[in-house]
Design a protein around this ligand. Structure first.
Ligand code: F6P
Length: 326
């Protein structure tokens, strides 16, 4: 059988989509510079798919990405785009790509952003996804750009809350982000030595267990009680009121919020984003489409987006068991 002709790529676009994450700029920089080195033209698409649909498209060269590797956020801006979930929106986006001579796009974001990339690929625009989210909730990859910075930011904040909780002999419920996934909570819970870690994948909503734990620890002379609560469980403020009423221990809720998404990326986020961004540029150059770059078992690899979206990920049981014992 004759080999299918690989589409020749001359111009690529890059966009960031969904929640921003530290390291996205390092990824943009790598996509731009590796694509230029591969002999391609590069366009930056502002504000994710929303900017694409509004034709907010700019030319990019090596200098456009100078001095950005250490910056948090995304220089291109980002958005969540409802129109890309519609057939008309996807067709319009593909037409706009063609009108601007864009043959392929690197999409930096999470699962939702990959769905847009998958549909664009079906419309003849080559697409490569890069895992950009603080939540670590993309099943095909062990690493997502931004997770490392987010957990370190949260860990430092939790250490500070712990100091004041200890001084005042209070219980603190600290809520961390992660949407429906408990990875940020689990990592910070272990790293901060929290007394209780509540994650959506495992929590049985038995508050009495937490109350008993606090009472027992107080009897043993423990001065504070730190509970890390995942956003997917939420309701930290009302939980604090109930726990205070049941234990008599002053209890405060602290919701860390967007501080976890900002700030200068760690070395790990910059490094991984750089390698993954370069890989995405190479995959497009090779004429690949509907692929997502991932890190699996220590290797940088790529998967078909359809396969990637069908994969499942769960909290490793052993790590969760260890978190309860320590
Ligand atoms: O995906 C990153 C994240 O910060 C989640 O942890 C959180 O659930 C969500 O984004 C918040 O989204 P928004 O930016 O729309 O408030």
């Amino acid at each position: 059988m004759p080999k299918a002709k690989v589409k020749e790529i001359k111009t690529i676009g890059v966009l960031t989509s969904g929640g921003d994450s530290p390291g996205m700029n390092a990824a943009i920089r790598a996509v731009v510079r590796k694509s230029l080195a591969n002999g391609l033209n590069v366009k930056g698409i502002k504000k994710g798919y929303t900017g694409l649909l509004n034709e907010e498209i700019i030319d990019m060269d090596r200098r456009s990405v100078s001095e950005i590797i250490g910056l948090g956020g995304t220089i291109l801006g980002t958005a969540r785009c409802a129109e890309m979930r519609t057939e008309e929106g996807v067709k319009k986006a593909a037409d706009i790509c063609r009108a601007h001579g864009i043959d392929g796009i690197v999409v930096i974001g999470g699962d939702g952003s990959y769905r847009g990339a998958q549909k664009l690929s079906h419309e003849g625009i080559n697409t490569i996804g890069l895992p950009g989210t603080i939540d670590l909730d993309i099943a095909c990859t062990d690493y997502t750009i931004g997770f490392d910075t987010a957990i370190n930011t949260a860990m430092e904040a939790i250490d500070k809350v712990r100091d004041t909780s200890s001084s005042h002999e209070r219980c603190s419920i600290i809520e961390v982000m992660g949407r429906n996934a408990g990875y940020i909570a689990l990592w910070c819970g272990v790293a901060n030595g929290a007394e209780d870690i509540l994650i959506p994948e495992k929590y049985d909503y038995n508050e009495q267990d937490i109350i008993n734990h606090i009472i027992e620890n107080r009897k043993n002379g423990k001065k504070h009680h730190i509970i890390i609560n995942a956003e997917g469980i939420g309701h930290s403020t009302s939980m604090a009121r109930r726990i205070e009423a049941a234990t008599g221990m002053e209890t405060r809720a602290t919701i860390l919020g967007y501080m976890q998404r900002g700030g200068s990326p760690t070395c790990k986020d910059r490094y991984y984003a750089s390698v993954m961004g370069a890989m995405a540029a190479d995959l497009l150059k090779e004429g690949k489409t509907n692929r997502v770059v991932a890190q699996k078992n220590g290797q940088f690899v790529d998967f078909d987006i359809d396969e990637a979206l069908a994969m499942q990920k769960d909290i490793p049981s052993y790590e969760y068991e260890v978190s309860k014992i320590l």
